[in-house]
Design a protein around this ligand. Structure first.
Ligand code: SF4
Ligand code: SF4
Length: 429
């Protein structure tokens, strides 16, 4: 079991945060899981009521507590809509850590988080192997989306339509370390696991934008996962190991900003690392605070720091609609900047979808554990996208891109799924 003092500290923090809930039920109307299941237990209010008696409930039926906590996308819609300012996301993250410490981590998750993701050399080699052999197991199904399906792996993957692993990861560029150019700025580039291994075009677009605008780049290839998947599964040990590895690489802070093209990774630096820092030393906490101050989403950087200007749509411009990822809009407040970045591309005309900031239903491990609920939520997002008649959908989070691609590919839609930075980079020579 994890350090008892650490767990007691988290329990006390939970108690302090839970008292703010007035049981008003405003969170019901925004919770995508509740909209599908209609169960009070699945909404923030229901979970918070359970957590009030967490120590007691854990002894009574810890598995049932875990099941209820896991039925959550950690999308933060409830926290964003809560009139009492209850930080439901913070509460659920801490509660998952407590219950996992009490129950222990499942063998599968132990193998994934402690045996693989925290062993970067092994993790990278395994995925490189996967990328080599994926063609033997999958059949391409949609050339616009670039998705495939796999009958052979369907016991593992269900009906999912997947995007391929890249032939060569972004890390294949090697460490980049350049001085500030004309902009006078130098940034660290945290690409995140999915961009490194799947959406390398997003990473290349970020590099192109930075070079074009004369921004110095520090992109170390020994960076590792931001730790959010570990934390979402309640595994504090692998989370803390990953954060420490990243602190070693980025701790010098000899850059103006640390940029990511992933809403979840930015929110990890900015919000989650400072929230879950009680297991770290004083000097590590100071480094975490420094990185939190410097963390910035790539769209916000392009719009607010590089100051791009709007272009009038050219004749024959394609239509693009925008999905606002939960961690990007609800946690970081970045949404207008995405529209600014896309507005700089004269070959695009923007068309808003209904409920652009409604969760797409991915939720990381939620998609693995509760695929049928995840799919029901995702199909609504797909319908909203299709209703716009857009040629392209832009989303500033690689996990959302995977979920939307899956939903649209399964429906046979021919709408491209792109990251805003890819669409902006198209405008640069
Ligand atoms: S909206 Fe906030 S205060 Fe109201 S029930 Fe939900 S979590 Fe509690
Ligand atoms: S985080 Fe999202 S899924 Fe979880 S309770 Fe809040 S609104 Fe519902």
């Amino acid at each position: 079991m994890a350090d008892l003092n650490h767990m007691l500290k988290l329990l006390n923090e939970l108690d302090d945060q839970i008292v703010g809930c007035m049981r008003c039920g405003m969170c019901q109307s925004v919770c995508p899981v509740f909209a599908e299941t209609g169960r009070e237990a699945d909404v923030a209010r229901g979970k918070i009521a359970l957590l009030e008696f967490l120590s007691h409930e854990m002894i009574k039926d810890a598995e049932a507590v875990k099941e209820r906590l896991d039925k959550c996308l950690l999308c933060g819609s409830c926290a964003a809509a809560c009139p009492s300012g209850v930080k439901a996301l913070d509460i659920f993250i801490k509660a998952r850590a407590i219950i996992t410490a009490y129950l222990g981590l499942s063998p599968v998750k132990k193998a994934i988080f402690r045996g693989m993701i925290t062993k970067p050399a092994l993790f990278n080699n395994l995925l490189a192997l996967g990328s080599k052999f994926q063609g033997f197991f999958t059949t391409p199904v949609n050339d616009i989306i670039g998705s495939s399906c796999s009958k052979l792996l369907s016991p593992l993957l269900g009906d999912r339509h997947l995007l391929s692993l890249a032939d060569k990861p972004l890390r294949g560029n090697g460490t980049i370390d350049t001085a500030p150019g004309l902009s006078g700025l130098r940034v660290a580039f945290f690409y995140g696991c999915v961009v490194d291994k799947m959406f390398t075009s997003v990473g290349e677009a970020v590099l192109k934008v930075l070079r074009h605008h004369g921004v110095g780049i520090y992109m170390p290839v020994d960076q590792v996962c931001c730790g959010v998947p570990s934390l979402a599964s309640g595994d504090l040990k692998s989370y803390e190991d990953l954060v420490r590895m990243n602190l070693k690489v980025f701790g010098k802070g000899d850059f103006d900003y640390i940029l990511t093209p992933c809403g979840t990774c930015t929110s990890a630096f900015h919000h989650i690392w400072p929230l879950m820092n009680s297991g770290f030393s004083q000097s590590e906490r100071e480094t975490i605070a420094m990185l939190a101050d410097k963390a910035m989403d790539i769209n916000a950087f392009i719009a607010d720091k590089l100051g791009v200007s709007k272009a009038e749509p050219a004749a024959g411009a394609k239509t693009v609609t925008i999905h606002d990822p939960c961690h990007l809009k609800k946690s970081l407040g970045v949404s207008g900047q995405v529209r600014t970045v896309l507005g700089a591309n004269p070959n695009l005309k923007q068309v808003e979808m209904a409920g652009s900031d409604v969760c797409c239903g991915c939720g990381g491990s939620f998609n693995l554990q509760h695929y049928s609920v995840s799919t029901k939520i995702g199909k609504k997002k797909r319908d909203s996208i299709v209703a716009t008649g857009a040629d392209v959908v832009a989303a500033g989070c690689p996990a959302c891109m995977m979920q939307i691609a899956d939903m649209m590919s399964q429906a046979g839609d021919r709408i491209a799924v792109k990251h805003p930075v890819e669409l902006y980079a198209q405008t640069l020579g």
